[in-house]
Design a protein around this ligand. Structure first.
Ligand SMILES: NC(=O)c1ccc[n+]([C@@H]2O[C@H](COP(=O)([O-])OP(=O)(O)OC[C@H]3O[C@@H](n4cnc5c(N)ncnc54)[C@H](O)[C@@H]3O)[C@@H](O)[C@H]2O)c1
Length: 356
């Protein structure tokens, strides 16, 4: 299917919001490698270093600093570029920051989404929109089984709730403006992802690698917490399939889609730390110091991705070990001065060489 995708994407005009971020940078490189004409609207990269800079993502696309809180700026960009496909990634994505800056979080995640959809519906060329939210958009019932697309929206903290709101915005746009229209709109929900080039705050694998690089011990306080792990390329491949299906009419429009790993892909935090440290060549760097006050925080949020599995023929390709070793080797290559653009593109090639 990816071969067909390459044909589909060649010279396609694709607009990405959030292209300077972690997922947006991977997506930009992937779309560039398929020959798409890509324009990105974002603020400056959110971290230092940033994948966007070290992989020289801007060189293969039209890079614009544009604040999605400013409707007229977004409208001007869409009017000028006339995209066929829009991937909306831009967000304030950090839970902790959302407690400190709730107004900024809602302004970006909710009104920013309104601005992108409003501009898209006034853009004659637009045919398909994939709006990226998160598994945290669901009302958390503390279930042990995976959330399905028609479960209620919710979110306790400002970040999660803003993403639940962004889902409701998309739903209202569909029903109010896009039903039977020429634009197909879908939302895509995935959980935390890992991969080379993430320097975000409060993320386990980047935190471990930061410690290893500075030859500090890796302190693990919640060793038995389990999380669903997936490489960033897994949901991105789902978004790509979804956009193709929206445009060629094989996916029902006006729909939401989960892209999560299978239930067997859950692993303990200590397993991740030990795997990463030993592949880095510092297996004795991991120090398990359980913090019992935190033990009850560990709640597993899982997605049921049966709809994407059956209707988009999407499933994850890399095992836990594949995911981890590609991630650690990427950071090792970066720290030894290899071309990050090549490292990233060779991860994409490896990924595509496996059938889903
Ligand atoms: N990384 C994950 O594990 C994860 C998990 C679930 C969902 N998501 C979602 O995926 C998307 C991308 O996440 P990420 O991890 O790449 O985040 P990131 O912080 O690396 O990137 C965020 C991007 O949004 C842009 N942005 C922020 N505010 C903006 C504004 N006002 N105007 C224009 N651009 C703005 C930033 O410039 C950056 O390009 C987000 O919607 C996030 O909620 C990410």
């Amino acid at each position: 299917m990816e071969q067909t995708n390459s044909e589909f994407w060649r010279a396609k005009r694709v607009l990405l919001t959030g292209h300077t971020g972690f997922k947006g940078s991977w997506m930009s490189l992937w779309l560039q490698s398929m020959g798409a004409t890509v324009r990105g609207l974002s603020l400056t990269p959110p971290t230092e270093p940033a994948l966007f800079n070290v992989a020289r993502v801007a060189e293969g696309m039209q890079h614009h600093i544009t604040d999605i809180r400013d409707f007229s700026a977004v409208m001007t960009q869409l009017d000028d570029f006339q995209p066929e496909i829009i991937f909306h990634f831009a967000a304030q994505p950090l839970v902790r920051h959302s407690y400190q800056q709730p107004i900024e979080t809602y302004a970006t995640n909710v009104m920013g989404t309104v601005h992108v959809l409003e501009a898209a519906r006034h853009t004659a060329s637009a045919k398909a929109i994939v709006s990226i939210t998160t598994d945290k958009c669901y009302e958390n019932r503390e279930w042990v089984w995976g959330y399905r697309e028609d479960d209620p929206m919710g979110g306790h903290d400002p970040y999660s709730s803003s993403k639940g709101c962004a889902e409701l915005v998309s739903s209202a746009y569909r029903h109010s403006f896009l039903l039977n229209a020429r634009i197909a709109l879908a939302t895509a929900r995935a959980g935390n992802v890992i991969g080379g080039g993430d320097w975000g705050a409060d993320r386990l694998v980047p935190d471990i690698l930061r410690a290893l690089q500075s030859k500090q011990p890796v302190e693990i306080r919640n060793p038995h917490a389990i999380r669903p792990w997936q490489h960033v390329l897994e949901p991105l491949s789902g978004y790509i399939r979804l956009a193709v299906a929206l445009q060629d009419g094989t996916a029902p429009t006006g729909s939401s889609w989960n892209f999560g790993p299978p239930e067997t892909a859950v692993h303990e935090v200590q397993e991740v730390a030990i795997f990463v440290a030993s592949r880095w060549g510092a297996s004795d760097a991991v120090h398990i110091t359980p913090d019992h006050s935190n033990m009850h925080e560990a709640q597993l949020l899982q997605l049921n991705s049966s709809k994407a599995n059956t209707q988009l023929n999407w499933s994850t390709r890399w095992s836990f070990h594949d995911t981890m070793h590609h991630t650690v080797d990427w950071y090792r290559g970066w720290s030894s001065g290899q071309s990050v653009e090549m490292l990233t593109k060779s991860n994409i090639t490896d990924y595509l060489s496996l059938r889903p």
